[in-house]
Ligand binder design. Structure first.
Ligand code: F6R
Length: 365
């Protein structure tokens, strides 16, 4: 039941501290990832992995895109990510010792399942599914299984499944990274950051009131741009998907550095620009991209822990996110973006839990 909440989506957004904690339970110790969480055969398989191919759809695909940044920068292994509906019909080159990873809330997405079946005919080392539905088809068909413990997700727009998938993918990054030079010290830092995630998400949820007010600025808008750089770019993609899904506002995401290669032409005072801007080595670059937007009359909504870097004005609204370790920033910054899409949908009066034309589980291609 929805309990005290007006919609399942809101309930599921607010369940995230709890389900993230559950997804971490028994999967980490004080300093380490417990890789048995990926199955008893995981160790022998992980020892051989030299690369990762991720396949998924929609929100789960965005989780995969975040993981690519982690795999290559933290684990030091190559990682490809593709939407299942493309992957399954393409002749694919499979490098030696590649792990095939699917990500799916439902475990029943037709294209993802078909991609796995194709992959099983190719020369992959093994298959792993990150899934939220225990007795689903993807779970049955995969060699290794990592269950997210998000609990049933009723709202059509995926929320808590996404953040638990990110946790699973970060655990996988660490488990594989260990074999490729990831130090105990870094593992320990990442594990303690993960242990702090439920608390960090609880804090991010306190932004609800501020975001509710901010959402009014989107009520009469028909388009929005979502910008990020680095690992926050796929977070921006997910923010845009949420907004278009439930509020029907056309939202597009761009890596901020691409703006001047085209989309800047769209910017005027009717185009809200949402920026995911945690303080990291790319923030200064992002900041100068945003100044270009501002110079063209764009209205900025900046989610950042560096409010000072983005002075509030008529054209700039800063949503002050608390500082968190960089490795958990993608999960934490997802929360206010989920809340933004929810409140914009409420302002617009759309059907939050059952957006038009969409089904929760896409079992046909
Ligand atoms: C978006 C959404 C969809 C799903 C996609 C994959 O909010 O829910 O984009 O993420 O249909 O579904 P699963 O993860 O069940 O394979």
């Amino acid at each position: 039941s929805k309990g005290e909440y007006r919609h399942y989506m809101l309930k599921e957004i607010f369940e995230q501290p709890e389900v993230l904690k559950r997804t971490l339970q028994g999967r980490i110790s004080k300093h380490h990832v417990l890789e048995e969480a990926f199955g008893t055969e995981a160790k022998a398989i992980f020892d051989r992995v030299k690369g990762v191919q991720i396949v998924a759809c929609g929100t789960s695909y965005h989780a995969g895109l975040v993981a690519k940044y982690w795999m290559e920068s933290i684990a030091g292994i190559p990682c490809q990510v593709e939407v299942a509906s493309e992957y399954r019909y393409r002749k694919v080159f499979v490098p030696d010792d590649t792990l095939f990873v699917t990500i799916s809330q439902s475990g029943e997405t037709a294209d993802t399942l078909a991609a796995l079946k194709e992959a099983k005919k190719s020369d992959y080392l093994a298959s792993l599914v990150i899934c939220n539905a225990p007795s689903s088809s993807l779970v049955r068909e995969s060699d290794l299984v990592f269950m997210t413990h998000a609990g049933p997700e009723i709202g059509v727009a995926s929320t808590k499944a996404f953040t638990t998938q990110l946790v699973a993918l970060q655990l996988l990054t660490i488990a594989l990274g260990r074999r490729h030079g990831l130090t105990e010290a870094i593992e320990s830092d990442m594990v303690s950051a993960l242990a702090s995630l439920p608390e960090a998400v609880s804090k991010a949820l306190l932004l609800d009131d501020v975001i509710k007010k901010t959402s009014e600025a989107f009520a009469d808008k028909h388009h929005a741009l979502f910008l990020g750089r680095g690992v926050e770019y796929p977070v921006a993609m997910e923010g845009a998907l949420k907004l278009k899904e439930i509020s029907y506002i056309h939202a597009e995401s761009y890596p901020a550095g691409e703006l001047k290669h085209g989309p800047l032409a769209l910017v005027d005072s009717d185009m809200p620009i949402v920026a995911v801007a945690p303080n990291n080595e790319l923030m200064e670059k992002l900041k100068s991209n945003l100044e270009e937007v501002q110079a063209r009359g764009g209205k900025l909504f900046v989610f950042s822990d560096q409010a000072d870097a983005f002075p509030n004005s008529n054209d700039v609204t800063v949503i002050d996110v608390h500082s968190v370790p960089e490795t958990i920033a993608p999960m934490v910054y997802t929360i206010p973006l989920q809340l933004l899409s929810y409140h914009v949908a409420i302002v617009k009066g759309t059907d939050v839990d059952q957006p038009r034309n969409l089904a929760k589980s896409v079992t046909v291609e």
